[in-house]
Structure formats: C-alpha cells, structure tokens
Design a protein. Structure first.
Ligand code: ATP
Ligand code: MG
Length: 400
C-alpha cells in the first residue's frame, strides 16, 4: 500500500462563474508543465476534482513543486482503492500509521456512490473500530483530532486522504492576460512581478541598460532575477533596451530637476512600443508610494501622462519591510542586494524635483527632438528567453 495520488483543491476558482472551465484547464496545464520532468506523472480531472497520479514517483518532491503553482489552494496525499470494505479498511489503516507522531484521529466518510452498500455513518464506526483494534497508541477525538482521515466513496473508486497541505493560492498564471514588467536589479520590481503572477498574470520583462555605465554583470543580475521568477510560471522573455544614448541626451539637454521625470517618461514610451509588438495590454512596476523622489504622487502623475496603458503597481501601498519579507520568501532578495549599477542610480540629478508637473515635463521635452533616439533604442532591443528548465534542479535542491 502507498500514496498514489495527490488531490488538488482550487477553492477561489470556484467563484469565477463562466471562466471556471478555462481556469481549471489552465491549472491542469500548468501543473502538467511544471512536473514534466517526472515522466510517469499524469494530471487528471474527474467531476470537480483534480488529481496528480504519481505512477510510482515519490510524492514529496512533487508536493514541493506544487507549492509554487498558483491556483492551488491546498493538496492532500491520497490513496485510490476499489469500492470494497476490506481494502478501504487497509488503506485507512495505512494512512493512520503513516503519521506516527499523532495521538488522536477522526474518520469522515462521504458516500457519493449510493450503490455502495454501507451507509456513511455505519462505515465511520466500522472503520474507527478497525483502526483502534489494529493499533495501540491512538484514540478517537471527533472534535479536535490531530488527524482527520477522509474517506470518499465515489462512483469509480474510493479515495482516502489525510493531512491538508497548504498551496500558494492565487490564480493560475496565464488566466489574467499578459503584462510587461519593468524589471530593475532592485528589491521591488521582482516582488511586483511575483505578485502579478500570483494574480494569474503572465509576464514579460523589460530592462533599461546603459552600458558602459552599467555593466554586463548588472544585466546578468536581471536575468538571474527573471530566472527566479520562472519558478512560478513558464519561461519569461526579457527585453533589454540599450538606453545609454537616449539617457545621455536627456541629461545633457533637459533641466536637471526634470531629467529623471523625463527619463521615466521615455521608459514608458519604449515599454508601450514593446507592448504593441508583443500584444501585451498593461505595464507592471515596483513603484511604492513615497519611497523615493520618483515615486511621489506628483511624480507618478507626470510619468503616467505619456501612456494610456494601465500600470499595475502591486507594491504601491506596502511597507518596505513587507516587500523585503516577500523577496526573501521567493528567493530574489539575495540576488537583489548584490551591488550593481542601475541606469537610474548612475545618472542621478543633483536635485530631482520631488513634485514635477506634467505640463512642465512635456514643455521641456518639446525643446528637443528625441524621436530618432527613441526609435534607435527600440530597434536595438535584445530579447532573451529565460527558461524555467535550467533551474528546476536548483529549485528542488533548495527545497528538499
Ligand atoms: P526597484 O527596487 O524595483 O529597483 P526602486 O525602489 O529602486 O525599485 P525606482 O528606482 O524609483 O524604485 O524604480 C521604480 C520602478 O521603475 C522599478 O520598480 C521598476 O519597475 C522600474 N525601473 C527602474 N529602473 C529600471 C530599469 N533600469 N529597467 C527597468 N525598469 C526599471
Ligand atoms: Mg531601483
């Protein structure tokens, strides 16, 4: 006897009415994709349930992998047996003995298949008695058991499940459209990307790179951060924008106090063009209200003027300490804090306006024609596909 299934529960998705079917299919596809290096594993749906069939694989590494798949609310190890009293008894006994640390248990039988001859209540008692007779150290506690053994007698078979393992929640990646994540090498933007993915968003990333002021290492850092995000989804495309010339021209020709605002506006314009090319409908940033000069309300107002795309700002109201906690949890923190040069930190104006005005920003911009440099930056974009594959092994080693 052994656990041969993992039962997947997907609570919140039940609320999604018409989209429900699409969400469930996406979740099934995402699970199958994340587990494709376990060759015998299958993901099946039956009547409102999703199961992973282990087919001989050990459940532990698979459970660990599933803790990163958004849309899974919880999981339980399950044993599938025939609808027959004696095998059900054996399976329940196995589930109890698998958990030697507990003292009390409770059995909950659900008889969905009314052809099964023993009623739920009677089956409860029968199984309880069987487990007590065949073990020494357990007692029944129906109110606060250490372990609840659930026995579900369904049409096709009976499933015995025990402890409930928490999943990550959220919605399956790919069910909420695509967004372009403005990814720097800092702490915030990877966390913003993670939170968007948790809400079902598939992301591509864009990074503004200013060589030789920013090094190859800074670019590699962004790719490393992206790789960490692929743990939660599939591969991610990263668009690296050569930003040096445009940035130099901005800082050469624009008033010092407005250079940063205008640089951000250029980032938005370029991002929008990438969205157009890639059929992406929104931008995502790691902005956080009041953190630095570029993130005051006035600043956001001035920067936002140049785009009509919705900007998702998952961190906007969060405390920095909470952002840091998430980045530690998801494994991006260690990479984010490595020293690096960012295009925004290299060209720091002496006195950036903390309350820029959009009219002024656009007035200054008109004094110079940036269109050629903008075009050149877009044409020079290098797109790199960062795949989840390469880090699957790391992920497992990290977790086990
Ligand atoms: P982060 O920790 O994400 O770097 P931050 O607190 O340093 O954010 P800013 O430097 O003001 O804040 O950047 C605000 C947001 O602008 C970032 O979260 C990111 O989404 C975007 N951004 C900044 N620099 C770059 C860059 N070089 N490439 C792409 N996006 C960037
Ligand atoms: Mg930064």
């Amino acid at each position: 006897m052994q656990y041969d299934h993992i039962l997947i529960r997907y609570g919140e998705m039940a609320l999604k009415g018409k989209n429900r079917k699409m969400f469930i299919l996406k979740l099934q596809e995402n699970i199958q994709h994340k587990l494709n290096d376990f060759p015998n594993v299958k993901v099946k749906r039956t009547q409102g349930r999703m199961f992973i069939l282990l087919n001989g694989h050990q459940p532990e590494p698979i459970i660990e992998r599933c803790k990163h798949i958004f849309g899974i609310q919880s999981m339980s190890l399950a044993i599938k047996v025939e609808n027959e009293e004696s095998v059900i008894k054996e399976a329940a006994l196995f589930a109890l003995k698998k958990n030697p640390t507990i003292e009390t248990f409770k059995i909950t039988v659900k008889r969905i298949n009314k052809d099964f001859p023993i009623r739920s209540q009677e089956m409860n008692q029968l199984l309880g008695r069987y487990l007590l007779t065949n073990t020494d150290n357990y007692t029944v506690d129906v109110h606060q058991p250490d372990m609840e053994i659930r026995v579900e007698i369904r049409l096709e078979a009976t499933y015995i499940t025990s402890s409930v393992i928490k999943g990550p929640g959220g919605l399956p990646v790919g069910t909420s459209g695509k967004s372009l994540l403005l990814l720097s090498g800092g702490i915030d933007s990877p966390v913003a990307g993670y939170l968007a993915m948790k809400r079902g968003v598939q992301i591509e990333a864009i990074h503004f790179h200013s060589p030789p002021f920013t090094s190859e290492r800074a670019k590699q850092k962004v790719l490393d951060l992206t790789k960490q995000l692929t743990k939660f989804g599939k591969s991610i495309q990263v668009h690296i924008v050569p930003f040096t010339k445009l940035q130099q021209e901005i800082f050469r020709t624009m008033p010092d106090g407005y250079a940063m605002t205008i640089m951000r506006r250029m980032m938005m314009r370029i991002s929008e063009q990438v969205c157009d090319q890639q059929s992406i409908l929104s931008l995502t940033t790691g902005e956080n209200l009041g953190q630095v000069a570029s993130q005051t309300m006035e600043s956001m107002n001035a920067i936002n003027e140049v785009t009509t795309y919705p900007i998702i700002r998952p961190l906007i109201t969060m405390d920095k300490s909470d952002i840091i906690s998430i980045s530690q949890e998801i494994g991006t923190y260690e990479t984010s804090i490595l020293p690096y040069e960012d295009c925004c930190t290299i060209f720091v104006p002496k006195s950036p306006k903390t309350k820029p005005k959009r009219e002024k920003a656009s007035h200054f911009e008109k004094k110079n024609d940036f269109s050629e440099l903008l075009k050149e930056a877009v044409e020079g974009i290098e797109t790199i596909k960062v795949t989840a594959k390469d880090n699957k092994k790391d992920t497992l080693d990290d977790l086990l």
